[in-house]
Design a protein around this ligand. Structure first.
Ligand code: GLN
Length: 484
């Protein structure tokens, strides 16, 4: 079977052959039949989604068109959708309901997209496998004995399993790109600041971005287009001169494009099957006219250390707000300190606790300079490497992960091996650069993603290059065998 893209559905909606209500009912049915196995979804509100679908149908009938009008979308459960729970995959937020919409959600709603579900995720977006949710771990639809990748596990699986053509996740160190690679969908980590973070629960604020996910680069472009740009409610969001009409996305002319291949990403540690698939994808890019250039990013080796020091430091600060006073669950105790400590002890899972402890240690007096400040210096060097590379090449191509989706439990006992799954993705997070994962083929039946990285604000160019590749190949249209 071929995966239906948002573009396919949109063709039907625009021609009047389909209605938003039919699409939303189809999505809700699919969730009902498949999600008891896949566990990608935490909450739905069928009445609300159907009412939004009817409103979208009225707009379509009146002749209105937007890139997403009438299309179902799934939201990661760290994005606020007013009135619904935002659990962040954590028990500590039990009972909490969002009092407002995230800016990306309100912009999607204004453009007529229809949220149909809040998606499962690793707790507070910490994780690479989807196994650190306080609820059930999400399963990979390509092989349900394997992880889907994290932390945007449910959002990505929702697209891969055809619940919705579009989803939003968040990416701090790879959290849309890694699961996209494991599940054969396309996902973008936009340049830091292109999408507002207002209403996205903060994990590590200097690294967090909202990441659109779709069946194709063109789908990702269509959803990015309606959300991008300055938001007065997020002071780090950027003014984009003209987002421009990304729809339909024109394939980039890859002729003459210089694609840098950093040796640090293509050396040891890459599984042979994954390497074979990725080299074939590079061959296809060559055939489309791009020329490969070998380059060096010499400070890459510090990336995992720098990322996990900066990330945990910011986590220790951001997660201090979950104290039982303001949000979610509370352990009722007579003494205030007992209340806070018991709320946090019972509310947070092991990975959240590990990061809070590590981050608090990094920021403490005497260790701040040795760990946190040093990590910031490494971050500067890593960013500089990239900017120097972009003086020589237009884009970079790298693996997303050293291997394909791994079996459940393979890395949960060893935090370091889990952290190393992000070795190719945390670098662009540190540098704030746009990077995407696109399906490149299969190794032993499991999907492999190729990462494209561009200079700041080259998001559209990156998507256009991926679109050119997808026009010439069909890996992204392959679907796992699930009941239709
Ligand atoms: N796996 C990485 C981590 O655990 C990235 C998570 C993310 O991007 N949210 O920090």
């Amino acid at each position: 079977m071929t995966l239906s893209t948002a573009m396919d559905w949109r063709g039907g909606l625009d021609a009047g052959d389909l209605s938003a209500e039919v699409l939303v009912r189809r999505s809700l049915d699919r969730i009902q039949s498949l999600d008891p196995t896949l566990h990608a979804v935490l909450t739905t509100d069928a009445d609300r989604s159907l009412a939004l679908a009817q409103a979208a149908d009225r707009r379509l009938q009146a002749g209105e068109r937007t890139p997403v009008l009438g299309l179902p979308v799934v939201l990661k459960d760290n994005l606020n959708w007013m009135g619904l729970p935002t659990t962040c995959g954590s028990a500590v937020l039990e009972g909490y309901r969002s009092p407002y919409d995230a800016t990306v959600v309100s912009r999607l709603l204004a453009a007529g997209a229809i949220p149909i579900a809040k998606a499962n995720m690793d707790e507070f977006a910490m994780g690479s496998s989807g196994e650190f949710s306080a609820f059930s771990p999400t399963r990979n639809p390509w092989d349900t004995t394997r992880v889907p990748g994290g932390s945007s596990s449910g959002s990505v699986v929702s697209v891969a399993a055809g619940y919705a053509p579009l989803a939003l996740g968040s990416d701090t160190g790879g959290s849309v790109r890694l699961p996209a690679s494991f599940c054969n969908v396309t996902a973008l980590r936009p340049t830091y600041g292109v999408l507002s973070r207002y209403g996205l629960t903060a994990m590590a604020s200097s690294l967090d971005v909202v990441g659109p996910i779709g069946a194709s680069a063109a789908d990702v472009a269509s959803v990015l287009q309606v959300m991008a740009g300055r938001d007065p409610l997020d002071s780090t969001s950027v003014e984009l001169p003209q987002v421009g009409d990304l729809f339909p996305l024109l394939p980039a002319d890859l002729r003459g494009l210089k694609i840098g291949l950093p040796s640090e990403y293509w050396g040891e540690g890459l599984e042979p099957g994954t390497r074979g698939v990725l080299e074939a994808a590079l061959g296809e890019l060559d055939r489309l006219g791009a020329s490969p250039v070998k380059i060096r990013l010499p400070h890459t080796r510090y990336a995992i250390d720098a990322y996990y020091l900066i990330c945990t430091s910011e986590v220790s600060s951001n997660l201090s707000r979950f104290d039982g006073v303001r949000y979610g669950s509370r352990a009722e105790r007579d003494d205030l300190t007992d209340m806070i400590s018991d709320t946090r002890d019972r509310g947070f899972g092991a990975e959240a606790k590990r990061r809070i402890l590590l981050g608090t240690f990094c920021l403490s007096r005497g260790y701040y300079d040795a760990f946190y400040l040093k990590a910031l210096k490494a971050r500067t060097l890593i960013t500089r490497d990239f900017l120097e590379a972009f003086a020589q090449v237009d884009l970079l191509a790298t693996p997303i992960s050293p291997g394909t989706a791994f079996p459940f439990g393979a890395k949960t006992g060893d935090p370091l091996s889990m952290y190393l799954a992000d070795v190719y993705t945390v670098t662009t997070s540190l540098a704030g650069l746009p990077s995407l994962s696109m399906p490149a083929g299969f190794s032993e039946g499991l999907p492999v993603g190729l990462q494209l990285i561009g200079p700041p604000l080259s998001d559209v160019r990156l998507l256009a290059a991926a679109h050119a590749y997808q026009q010439a190949t069909s890996h992204h249209l392959k679907t796992p065998s699930l009941p239709s």
